[in-house]
Design a protein. Structure first.
Length: 229
């Protein structure tokens, strides 16, 4: 639960920047709002996100205009299935006004874009019931400055029961270790994506595409809700 001292810090910071609207958001995130698709383990990560939100709002207001929020989609693909999913997730993101989205293979990271992004969505094939070693290597060795960002995940598996959900939890665990805030949208909108989008068998099947589109919509909507345009 959120202690009173930390609550006062959040409220004081919000009032200092005339952003009373985000006091309740700060409290909800700090308590770990899992029922709406959030998974938060460390209050310090929440503090970082909330501070980023406030600072961004102030800078945008001073500029007197609007700006698109960046979302990065990082994926590994051998057969093209996960790459196709990445493009479907991108399409879902682009349905939400006020975002800019870039897909990039994990072997060719655009670090500058990553650092400017408010959210990173990771995509992986399922190998032996978990994510690919290329995605795991990114988290273990190559990831830089991803803490405090919203994180999402999608995976491609060969068949039902092929380990998709477990693979997603491995990626979610890695995101949390880096201080990211894992988000999917959960079961708030249909189709339900739960931990993230999972595609099975053929990437051309309509139900696979709809899960990917919904994940993109959910994360882009949350980015715009938190950071504005």
């Amino acid at each position: 639960m959120l202690g009173k001292p930390r609550q006062r810090v959040f409220e004081g910071f919000a009032r200092e920047h005339h952003s009373i609207k985000y006091i309740s958001l700060s409290a909800r995130l700090a308590e770990g709002e899992t029922e709406k698709g959030w998974l938060v383990t460390n209050p310090h990560h929440v503090t970082s996100l909330v501070r980023t939100i406030f600072v961004h709002r102030i800078k945008t207001a001073k500029k007197g205009g609007t700006m698109s929020q960046k979302i990065a989609i990082v994926y590994h693909s051998e057969t093209g299935n996960t790459r196709a999913m990445a493009d479907m997730v991108r399409q879902g993101c682009m349905e939400i006004k006020g975002v800019e989205v870039k897909c990039m293979p994990v072997a060719d990271i655009d670090q500058a874009y990553i650092e400017q992004s408010k959210a990173i969505i990771f995509g992986s094939p399922v190998y032996a019931g978990t994510c690919s070693w290329q995605i795991k290597k990114y988290f273990d060795i190559d990831a830089k400055n991803i803490g405090g960002k919203i994180g999402g995940v999608f995976v491609s598996q060969n068949s039902p029961g092929g380990g998709g959900c477990f693979a997603e939890m491995v990626v979610i665990a890695s995101m949390l270790v880096h201080g990211m805030l894992a988000y999917s949208g959960g079961a708030n909108n249909k189709p339900y994506v739960h931990f993230g989008a999972v595609a099975t068998e053929s990437r051309e099947k309509d139900h696979n595409k709809e899960f990917c589109l919904q994940l993109g919509r959910n994360i882009a909507s949350k980015v715009v809700e938190l950071f504005g345009t």
